[in-house]
Design a protein around this ligand. Sequence first.
Ligand code: HEC
Length: 178
Amino acid sequence: MRVAMLLLLIPVALSSAEPGMPGPKYTASGRLTRPEGWREWMFAGANLGMGYTEGQEKPRMNYHNIYLQREAYAYFLKNRKFPDKTMMVMEVFARGTKESINRQGSFEAAPLGIEVALKDEKRFPEKWAYFNFIGEGGKPMADSAPFRKDACWNCHNQHGAADNVFVQFYPVLREALP
Ligand code: HEC
């Protein structure tokens, strides 16, 4: 009887901060597995052709669609920070112009892949880590290792409006800020 009760408790103890939230999965060597199903998560916002490197000659005119788990979204509205195991998925699309009857403006054309920001407080000393899943020739990568801190984390930490995230650019999150 006692053993049975213990077994029932284990999954609860291992689950992420928010009940039911889809969490990160890692390979045996500690690489993050490419998340799945993000298009059914909360849609935080879309940006077009943003570039943050000064003097970049030709900014890439790509769309970025940003998603996060619904549970992480609800938590952020209440607490203005993100729960442990939050995944921000940034899906990149090429900018399309010539298609069908379109004569002006642009739309999201070919999907180019995803980048991910992940909060895992026990695993990463800086809490957040950053991953790319766009492989050579645009092929999706099955898993990925975190970037070095100075490649991604520093800029996100310095300039993101809340908890390392660029909340200032995502309308549905921005509204929760004071
Ligand atoms: C010089 C600043 C800067 C650096 C360096 C940087 N980013 Fe970002 N990142 C941004 C900005 C600004 C946004 C929000 C706007 C956008 O790009 O759509 C963003 C958004 C993101 C998002 C969406 C979630 C969030 O945190 O807002 C992901 C995922 C992401 N970046 C991944 C990366 C990865 C991976 C790297 C390192 C290879 C990286 N970034 C390096 C500035 C930076």
